[in-house]
Write a protein that binds this ligand. Structure first.
Ligand code: URA
Length: 237
């Protein structure tokens, strides 16, 4: 049970003081009855809380899929650059949103934004073997040796050992490859190819777990992830 003003404010649309005013104006109902005080407690999973007769559609956590453009940083705040949180539309804004896993400034594609720390930890922990899939344009095509090296675990130039991963060529003419990794070391894909004498020219994350980036999302756009899609993210390879 939680205070009703806190519950409504947690959904992002109204501040605590705005909620207090809504209550004072008799616009908030709890299971159909107008409430007179904002310190009334309720269970948002059981009780129906409505404003002007419309249910607030309580969600404990929010999960968003963003198609990140280049030049936007995977952080919650930055003094010099636009962040992925700046791209979240007003309707989805709430406290505590953060990117679950980082993409470099020049990497584009699937960024999951949430306020659910446990979920983020689960999908990012290498122990859980949830694969992140990237498409890369490279300086030269992948070789059979590269494929073997990825399978064994690439040793980065600084001696760091990566877990086993996968790479395959995407095109017989162009040096394009698909990479699957379950960790998120700093600049990992770029450093893996650098260790193999290759270079990443362009990088896009296209999938998390078994959930593909929605290609109907323009760069910079985001949308909510459905419960079924959330299950796909947690599907191991
Ligand atoms: N690997 C990289 O090198 N960069 C990213 O943004 C993501 C994975």
């Amino acid at each position: 049970m939680e205070r009703i003003d806190k519950i409504i404010a947690s959904q992002g649309k109204f501040s605590r003081s705005e909620v207090k005013k809504l209550v004072k104006d008799g616009r908030v109902t709890l299971d159909g009855a107008v409430i007179k005080s904002s310190d009334i407690k309720a269970d948002p999973n059981i009780n129906d809380i409505a404003i002007d007769g419309k249910s607030i559609g309580y969600k404990k956590h929010l999960y968003l899929m963003l198609n990140k453009p280049q030049g936007v940083v995977s952080a919650t705040e930055d003094t010099d650059h636009k962040t992925v949180i700046d791209l979240v539309p007003k309707e989805f804004k709430r406290d505590g949103l953060f990117p679950a896993g980082r993409l470099d400034g020049d990497t584009v594609g699937f960024v999951l934004i949430t306020d659910d720390g446990d979920f983020a930890h689960r999908i990012l922990s290498p122990k859980n073997h949830i694969m992140k899939t990237y498409h890369a344009t490279l300086q030269r095509p992948v070789t059979d040796e590269d494929i073997e090296a990825f399978k064994k675990g690439v040793e980065l130039k600084d001696g760091t050992l990566c877990l086993e991963a996968q790479v395959r060529a995407l095109d017989s003419d162009k040096p394009m490859a698909e990479i699957k990794i379950c960790e998120g070391k700093y600049h990992q894909v770029k450093r893996m190819f650098a260790a193999l004498g290759n270079k990443v020219v362009f990088l896009k994350r296209v999938k998390m777990g078994e959930l593909s980036l929605d290609e109907s999302l323009e760069e910079g756009q985001c949308r909510e992830i459905t419960p079924e899609e959330l299950r796909l993210i947690q599907t191991k390879d």
